[in-house]
Design a binder for this molecule. Structure first.
Ligand code: KG4
Ligand code: ZN
Length: 330
């Protein structure tokens, strides 16, 4: 079974052999945090404390299993909000201890990447993976499942963070990604012009902080002129961000001569990103894989799935394993 509490979703799942999802329960706190325009860490921790027991029970009910039927307990222990992580980790430790089952500590981003392998069995290596979440944006070279090499990352804001901050500024609400995508459907890119940051650079680094500032400046300027259209700005912002992500991924795919392209993380749920990546992949004859929408954003099936790699290798976590807000590797 897997437990995930790194941000604002309390989630538990049961996955068989790293492949078959027997249950996947997610209790989202979005309605609570949206009142504040973003996740409030202490509120998230307190919500996890209330939700974790019922969510775990629901995962067992949905799977039709008893506690003793599981072989191991997997839990996200990095990266994330520290108070939030500690709730899931403490619960998982007690659960594993009581059941006398091994504990498996999972890197949240590896979980996001693994979501691809829960659904697709035809992924060929080597592959390049674009990880785009609320807290991270990176390009990874993967020689096989579970083997990663970082080839580029953001210098400042993560892609999801840029979506959230711009949406908040435009008054579109939280979470920003789905809100901007919705507004963009009603607008047209190109009516406002925003920069494609770092596209002229010959590397795999990203920067989204300048795009965020440019969006805000344009918005203020248009408002002064009385010609502000939030949908057009959302459409141009989304296009500017998506084009850079796709172009850099394609360049990495060519340089490293990969056989497939993967996407992972909450921003991989973006329809424009999915479409453009798939089309550009087709142009160069590469298959593009991404998880279905419900497995892109935070869930525990990806955590239980990824833990299977450690389980078969016997890489169990000791009961004194800690939680970490940042990445230890990747
Ligand atoms: O992976 P995730 O659920 O949590 C983290 O690990 O951070 O990612 C959350 C991020 C948020 O910034 C949210 O705005 C973004 O994913 N997101 C999207 C979409 N759905 C979620 N961004 C763009 N388009 C979407 N449809
Ligand atoms: Zn996530």
């Amino acid at each position: 079974m897997g437990i995930e509490t790194s941000c604002d979703e309390t989630a538990a799942a049961v996955v068989k052999n790293g492949k078959e999802i027997l249950s996947n329960v997610i209790n989202s706190q979005i309605n609570i945090h949206s009142q504040f325009g973003g996740v409030v860490p202490e509120v998230a921790s307190r919500q996890h404390i209330e939700n974790i027991g019922p969510v775990v029970d629901a995962a067992f009910r949905e799977a039709g299993l008893a506690y003793s039927d599981i072989d191991a307990v997997a839990v996200t222990n990095r990266p994330g909000l520290i108070g939030a992580l500690l709730v899931g980790l403490s619960f998982a430790k007690s659960f594993a201890y009581a059941l006398q089952r091994p504990l498996l500590a999972v890197n949240h981003l590896e979980g996001h990447i693994y979501a691809n392998f829960l659904e697709h069995s035809d992924i060929e290596f080597p592959a390049v993976c674009l990880v785009v979440s609320g807290g991270h944006t990176s390009l990874l070279y993967m020689s096989s499942i579970g083997e990663y090499e970082l080839i580029g990352q953001t210098r400042d804001d993560a892609a999801g963070e840029a979506f959230d901050k711009v949406a908040r500024f435009l008054g579109l609400g939280y979470p920003g990604g789905p809100a901007i995508q919705k507004a963009a459907e009603k607008g047209k890119p190109g009516r406002v012009v925003l920069p494609r940051v770092y596209l002229d650079r010959n590397d795999f680094e990203f920067s989204f902080s300048g795009l965020k500032t440019a969006s805000m400046n344009q918005w203020n300027k248009l408002k002064r002129k009385g010609s502000a259209d939030v949908n057009d700005l959302a459409a141009e912002f989304q296009a500017a961000l998506v084009e850079v992500l796709v172009e850099k991924t394609m360049q990495a795919a060519a340089k490293y001569k990969v056989r497939s392209i993967l996407m992972a993380g909450g921003v991989a749920a973006n329809q424009e990103l999915r479409n453009l990546m798939k089309n550009r992949g087709q142009d160069i004859g590469l298959l593009v894989h991404y998880p279905s929408l419900s497995l892109c954003t935070d869930n525990a099936a990806m955590i239980a799935g990824n833990a299977y790699i450690s389980y078969i290798r016997g890489n169990f976590a000791p009961l004194n394993v800690n939680a970490y807000p940042g990445l230890l590797s990747l």
